[in-house]
Design a protein around this ligand. Sequence first.
Ligand SMILES: *Cc1c(COP(=O)(O)O)cnc(C)c1O
Length: 474
Amino acid sequence: MKYISTRGKSPELSFCDVLLGGLAPDGGLYLPKSYPKFTENDLNLMRSMSYQDLAFSIFEKFIDDIPANDLLAIINKTYTADVFGYNRSNQNPEDITPTLKLKDNLYLLSLSNGPTLAFKDIAMQFLGHTFEYVLNKENKTLNILGATSGDTGPAAEYAMKGKKGINVFMLSPHGTMSPFQAAQMFSLHDENIYNIAVKGVFDDCQDIVKAVSNDLQFKKDNNIGAVNSINWGRILAQIVYYFKGYLSVTNDSSQTVDFTVPTGNFGNICAGHIARMMGLPINKLVVATNENDVLDEFFKTGNYQPRSPNDTFQTSSPSMDISKASNFERFIFDVLARDASSLTDYWEQIENGGSFQLDKNNMEAMSVFGFISSSSKHENRIKLIKKFYDEYDVIIDTHTADGVKASLDHFSKDTPMLVLETALPTKFEKTVLEAIGKKPTRPEALVNLEKIDQKFEVFDNKTSLVKDFILAKK
Ligand SMILES: *Cc1c(COP(=O)(O)O)cnc(C)c1O
């Protein structure tokens, strides 16, 4: 399998090169040249597979430059019941992403049982092992530079800590993450993990990362890499649980299901789109947004108008406070029948602060992909967290609540609906407390998380300070 750029002006690459490379040189995002297809019969054969075998049968279609035995070893190391072991009492940890039935045809797909209690662990843990494998084979090192507003940073650090050949430099806005999120990162004392709290907001951190990455010489001299949400390896790893979820709520592979996905950067639902393109019988893919509803507006009108950071609200589902979804370009590439030149025109408008409107033909073309959307507000989250607690004795987090809102807007009682649970409620306990009057219980190991000694640097908002730090520590 070769990978091509959405902008059409980069050489085709294999998986390992795409994995370490990030953005394509022409500014586009990598996608496989074609989507492998699974038949109804293939799906039936997958029914008896473990999560690991399922992952292997999907990954091997996309990865032809890691020998099969090595790939299987990486998968078996990554997806263990030990690492993804925080499960509700009635769920089987061997399932890695178990399903929880709420009522007839309504399910939660539990994706947040990994070390940082958010779905990002599923992809990040795979990246950690795969990076280590590829770097070792090519005798290279990597200095990962990232910015986080809360969930990406912990998932990346837990995945990369102690890995050979890898350092992580993670920028976060000083003093604005939830105490739990900050403690998740700052309590790590591993030698290869560097936490940098920047006196500024998330966008300032992001700007520093961009400034460093745009200094091509510095980037090359210091092997700077990224694990942000455009990384193809992350999308690939996320495809697996759509298959797993589908197989666990159907008996035969002619049945269709719907998925609802709490959406920010469009990475998670992009994996759902690809699963559908591969033949997984998904009827609807429901995009759930919070008050930052740029994508809801797009799916209703065909008008894509990203907003500036100043017009982006801070909400109680903060990991979805995004008004310019970085993976959206991948989906639009498919909507435009992979016409890289039209796509480049559209994105030039976006990069100049503008917008674009799909015409009638493109809107029609888009309708075959099954997308539909809804947005939700703080009051919906509060109401639904309470309702699900009262009716099903399940506490959901604020992002999952946005998903639940959208799923109920589009629920049809004859089709199984799976809502992706993107975080556990303990990460956002303040809002949960507001909704149900009590805090959710934490996994045993994290009860005293905030009391652990914290290791982090505080920097003024200046790119040069970060560069000097990397030079000193790499
Ligand atoms: C990252 C995140 C999202 C958004 O996922 P995308 O892939 O960026 O669309 C939703 N919920 C939670 C809890 C997250 O951490």
